[in-house]
Each structure stands twice: as structure tokens, then as C-alpha cells.
Design a protein around this ligand. Structure first.
Ligand code: PLP
Length: 376
């Protein structure tokens, strides 16, 4: 008999929402290129523009500010390759920000996070002030929510300070979409990256939101698609699925209180079974769906494997493309990598998570704890 599986890794990729599946299938049934003037082309165009409206509405942007991309990695790369002289970034950023920042040739100024997983805002302000006096084009990149801890970052505060200093702001908002209310207009950033598959859409679609009036050199040049901001025939099916997922996820924001209750029940259960367990970033204002749990002295990879054998999909920090699990740079920048040298297990829940899934997790955790040193 196959053991039922419980999926608790939404921050790596959320299950496809039924609304997104339906939109993908409807778009796949269309024929034509959205740039063609005939009826077939216009129907594909209509599907893309409808998705653009849905994504824009979900994040408080205007449709003209949405540039569809292959995902957030491309959106991040496009902003970071924008010819900056200096880039101020937090040590919490995702690899898809850190990699292109290092490759950009810009001077990098990295700001550490506090022990609760929130960037040190005083240090960030000081770094911005220093950069503003050094001349040239300066970018500040700060994620909206961390993918490992779920800690929300003070992007609006950073953007307000950056504006005074003449610096541009980019935010990687991948983990926030559909999990906390978002308002691009109020945030004050010039650029924002989004990903479809973290919100229950298909992988391979995302968006770069560029404030109206802000210019950015395209990363992919060629045809005139996306108002000359991203060349290449649009992936209409994935974009349609992204639109439907963004819309459904945003309508469900009220359901986030339900997720926060499930997350709290999970964390309480873990603490009871393993009094030594640490919920990383617990003191921060954080996403309602994410728990990062470390048991000092226990390797996170071992826990992930044991939980997998018990039918549970969780991850050790961020899922990385090679499938390898290394030391987390997020724990490192929080100053926790020494104390929590075994790493931490990330449990991330979402729209399809039920109480029974949390019960499955806790039963497995207790069994593992009873059989090992976890309860110590
Ligand atoms: N930024 C963050 C914070 C992420 O968690 C991820 C995915 O893991 C990405 C960017 C990359 O997104 P995509 O898979 O759409 O390229």
C-alpha cells in the first residue's frame, strides 16, 4: 500500500490551483501568436492582457507596469544588470539576486540581518547614505519576505529613505504574492519581481513590475513584445495560468488567518515534542505560511529525509536547483549559523493545506523525536 503524501513545501513551489489549470488549458487550446493582427492572434493577445490585468490588480500596480518574464529569476537578473555603479543589498536575498549582483560589476554593499531575520534597518540606512555620496547610479535591493524564515522586510521604509537620497529600489516579492496584502503603488519601489509558481500558477512565468515612467534596458532584446521591455513570443498559456493564480491567491488573503492558525498549531506541537527546537525568526512579523525549525545538534537534511520517508515533503532551507543542501546564507547573515550549525527545516503551507496535514506532520515528528535525540 502506498503511504499518502503530504506536501508542505509551498515556498519551493505551490501546487497548481484549479483556476490556474483551467486558464492554462483554455489558453493552450488557442492557436496563434499574440503579435499577429488576425482574429486568432487577437484571441491570444486578449488572454495575455486579461492576465496582465489580474496580476496588476493583485499587487496594486497598473497593467502598463507589468512586464511578463520567464519567472522571478529573469526579473531579478534584468534589474540587477541595469548598469548600476553601486548595489546595496541585504544578505538575506535569494541566490537569483545575489548571483546577478555579483556578476554585474557594480560595487556591492551588503547589509546583515538581525537575529529575528529582519534586515538591520539602521545599517541599511547608513549604507544608503554612504552610497548616495559616492555618486553614480545606485540601486537598493531588498526582498519583501524571506523564503526561508518568512520574515517580512521593511521595504516601504527603505524606499522612503532611498527616494530622499536619489537611489532606486527593487524588491523581490516572490514569497509575498497571495500571502500578505501587496500595494506596489504605496510601496515606493521602482521595480518588483514576481513568480507564478509560488502563488499556485505554473512554473516558467513571472513578472517584472516597473513603475510607470521608469526606464530599464531589456535583458532579452529582439522583437517588440512587452512594449520593447522583454523580447520573445509570449508563453500565453503560462501567463494565463499566472493571472488566474494571482487573482485566486489574492482573493484568498482572508484565508491567511486560517493558515496562521495551522502554522501556530504545528509550531506548538513541535515545541511540545522537542523542547529544544528553535523556531527561527519567531519574533519577526512574518508570512502566515512559513516555519523554519532547527533542532540544535540535529542535521536538517537527516530530518528532511526521515520526514520524506514518513510521506512528508518539506525542505532544509531553500530548495536549490542542484538538489544539494548547503549551509544557509540566511542563517549566516542572521548570525545563527554557529548555534544552528545543523541547519533548519522549512515547512511552508498554503491553499490546499488542511488540519489533517498538520496532524500527519506532527505524528511523524513525534515518532522521529521519540526514536532519536530530538526531544532532548
Ligand atoms: N526569489 C525568491 C525569494 C524565491 O524564493 C525564488 C524561488 O525559489 C525566486 C526568487 C526565483 O523564482 P523563479 O522560480 O520564478 O525563477
Amino acid at each position: 500500500m502506498t503511504r499518502p503524501r503530504t506536501y508542505l513545501d509551498y515556498n519551493a513551489s505551490a501546487p497548481l490551483r484549479p483556476e490556474a489549470r483551467a486558464a492554462v488549458l483554455a489558453a493552450l487550446a488557442l492557436t496563434g501568436n499574440a503579435s499577429s493582427v488576425h482574429g486568432e492572434g487577437r484571441r491570444v493577445r486578449a488572454a495575455i492582457e486579461s492576465a496582465r490585468d489580474e496580476v496588476a490588480r493583485s499587487v496594486g500596480a497598473t497593467p502598463s507596469e507589468i512586464v511578463f518574464t520567464s519567472g522571478a529569476t529573469e526579473a531579478n537578473a534584468c534589474v540587477l544588470a541595469g548598469g548600476w555603479d553601486t548595489i546595496v543589498l541585504s544578505g538575506l536575498e535569494h541566490e537569483s539576486v545575489l548571483g546577478p549582483a555579483r556578476a554585474s560589476g557594480a560595487r556591492l554593499v551588503e547589509v546583515r540581518a538581525c537575529g529575528d531575520g529582519v534586515v538591520d534597518l539602521d545599517a541599511l540606512r547608513a549604507a544608503m547614505a554612504e552610497v548616495s555620496t559616492s555618486g553614480g547610479r545606485g540601486l537598493v535591493t531588498l526582498q519583501l519576505a524571506n523564503n526561508e524564515t518568512g520574515a517580512l522586510q521593511p521595504v516601504a521604509e527603505a524606499a522612503a529613505a532611498a527616494r530622499e537620497l536619489g537611489l532606486s529600489v527593487h524588491t523581490d516579492a516572490v514569497q509575498a504574492l497571495g500571502r500578505v496584502p501587496m500595494d506596489f503603488a504605496a510601496l515606493g519601489a521602482a521595480y518588483m519581481s514576481l513568480s507564478s509558481h509560488k502563488a499556485g500558477g505554473p512554473a516558467g512565468a513571472g513578472a517584472l513590475v516597473i513603475r510607470d515612467g521608469v526606464e530599464l534596458k531589456p535583458l532579452v532584446a529582439g522583437g517588440g513584445q512587452e512594449r520593447r521591455r522583454r523580447a520573445g513570443t509570449e508563453n500565453a498559456a503560462a501567463i494565463a495560468g499566472f493571472g488566474a493564480a494571482a487573482s485566486a491567491a489574492t482573493h484568498e488573503l482572508a484565508a491567511m488567518a486560517r493558515l496562521a492558525r495551522l502554522r501556530d498549531a504545528l509550531e506548538d506541537g513541535v515545541r511540545q515534542a522537542s523542547p529544544g527546537a528553535v523556531v527561527v525568526g519567531e519574533g519577526a512579523c512574518r508570512l502566515p505560511n512559513t516555519s523554519l525549525i532547527a533542532v540544535p545538534g540535529t542535521k536538517a537534511e537527516t530530518l528532511v529525509i526521515r520526514l520524506d520517508l514518513a510521506g512528508l515533503a518539506v525542505s532544509a532551507g531553500a530548495a536549490c536547483s542542484s538538489g544539494k543542501v548547503g549551509a544557509s546564507h540566511v542563517l549566516e547573515t542572521m548570525g545563527l549559523s554557529g548555534r544552528l550549525d545543523g541547519g533548519a527545516v522549512r515547512i511552508s503551507i498554503g491553499h490546499a493545506t488542511e488540519e489533517s496535514d498538520i496532524a500527519h506532520f506532527l505524528a511523524a515528528w513525534k515518532e522521529i523525536a521519540a526514536a532519536s535525540e530530538l526531544a532532548a
